[in-house]
Design a protein around this ligand. Structure first.
Ligand SMILES: [Zn+2]
Length: 442
């Protein structure tokens, strides 16, 4: 018989955007079977495990729409592209997935995975081989030879790490189809790239190239997302039919109109920038970056608010998987930025991180809200996120996580590991040892 969980006495934020109510929740297997007074009288309540949520908040598990499950909290492109072989990538990802679940993330979207292991990881989670949240995944990111944020580290052709280089419309069509054949829930395009010596990121795909991937994917029923960190890339992506725009940095009025016309969803992913701006110095990030990222956040946030008011679907993503956004630590931070910078209400921010995220999981209407017949992903938070949204980014406040109807063990020690030979790139030194530095002025 399926496991039943009865969450009693809590204040329910159901994820639909409705005001909170006092209500019990009963789950049986991977299904919510009763919400409200019916929960206690339901025939399965007698055998249920009881979670006492008195004076606590009950809400849907978080859906993080931008996680790099295979990056293992990486600290440089060099490490990411050239120090990671497939078997260890997969093994470490399996360990890291526990951290997401134990931070209240019950679903996540991974745009692109190192060595394309995403579909295997997703299937292993689904089959219970690996403990983790529900996963919707891409295979690798499609990059033109000038694409990506790794500049000249990206080869002119072929495959490296999470990147698949495409150099013609024929290759775009071929790799879009191959990724779908290998189990992609999403196709990922890196629409902008960094060119050494040029500031910001530039659009490095033509409109026809973007369209070629979108049309090919859509014909096979698969949506497309694109990393867009310039206003022109947002415009082009929306015009080409991209379904989910990541970052949408510097989106302007033309871009917003194109997004409204196409119906694209936006995942702004401020968390990485916000962490770098606020805490970068404390972990030795390159100085001078703080102001740049703060500027990007405030410029983009204003337009994002405009997009939200115009009815664009906004989802939450943390970009976890980097040293500045380690797994299990920052999945609630995006909601704080939504409240502080976009001036959404905490309730609106929660809807972005729950109901709206279900769309990116390709489970719209099945997931992300606490209603009868929805999937059984529920968290209990010791605190009131409507009074202080930051409680959702504090794992210590998480009292219970129900994932697919099963209670996650939050009492085990947090996953750790020892040294993996050759895995991390060690720097010889962070500064250059000149004679003056060693001996001072003489
Ligand atoms: Zn990303």
């Amino acid at each position: 018989m399926s496991e039943a969980v009865h969450i009693k006495g809590g204040r329910l934020i159901d994820g639909t955007g409705a005001a909170p109510v006092d209500a019990d929740v009963l789950t049986v297997g991977d299904q919510i079977v009763a919400v409200g007074p019916e929960a206690a009288s339901h025939r399965d309540a007698a055998n249920a495990t009881v979670v006492d949520a008195t004076a606590k908040t009950v809400m849907p598990g978080l859906i993080d729409c931008h996680v790099h499950s295979t990056f293992d909290d990486v600290s440089s492109n060099d490490e990411l592209f050239f120090h990671r072989e497939p078997a260890m990538v997969t093994l470490t990802a399996a360990q890291n997935m526990q951290k997401l679940l134990r931070a209240g993330v019950t679903s996540f979207v991974d745009p692109d995975t190192a060595h394309g292991v995403g579909p295997a990881l997703r299937d292993a989670i689904e089959a219970g081989v690996v403990e983790g949240p529900r996963m919707a995944t891409g295979v690798q990111a499609l990059l033109t030879a000038v694409g990506g944020t790794a500049g000249r580290l990206i080869p002119d052709e072929g495959t490296v790490g999470y990147a698949q280089i495409v150099n013609s419309i024929d290759e775009i069509v071929m790799w879009t189809r191959r990724h779908i054949k290998h189990g992609a829930d999403w196709i990922k395009i890196h629409a902008t790239g960094s060119i050494p010596g040029r500031s910001g990121e530039l659009l490095v795909w033509s409109l026809d190239e973007l369209k070629a991937s979108c049309d090919t994917a859509h014909a096979l029923g698969v949506p497309v997302m694109a990393h867009c960190r310039s206003s022109e890339s947002v415009l082009a992506a929306a015009q080409a039919g991209v379904d989910l725009i990541l970052h949408a940095s510097f989106i302007d009025d033309d871009g917003l109109q194109a997004v409204l016309d196409s119906g694209a969803t936006i995942c702004p992913t401020f968390t990485f920038l916000a962490n770098l701006a606020d805490f970068g110095e404390s972990v030795g990030a390159s100085p001078g970056m703080e102001a740049i990222f703060r500027g990007e956040i405030s410029a983009t946030a204003k337009m994002m608010r405009k997009a939200y008011d115009a009815g664009v679907r906004i989802v939450c993503g943390s970009e976890s998987g980097f040293a500045l956004t380690p797994y299990g630590h920052w999945h609630g931070r995006e909601l704080e930025v939504f409240v502080d910078q976009l001036e959404l209400t905490p309730l609106e921010a929660i809807t972005c991180a729950t109901r709206n995220g279900a769309w990116a999981m390709r489970m719209d209407g099945e997931l992300g809200t606490i209603e009868v017949d929805k999937r059984a992903d529920v968290v209990v938070v010791d605190g009131d996120p409507l009074a202080d949204i930051a409680v959702l980014n504090d794992r210590r406040r998480l009292d219970a996580v129900v994932s697919r109807g099963r209670l996650v063990d939050l009492d085990r020690p947090w996953p750790t590991r020892g040294n993996l030979p050759g895995w991390r790139v060690g720097n010889w030194a962070s500064e250059i040892l000149t004679w003056d530095r060693a001996y001072g002025e003489r």
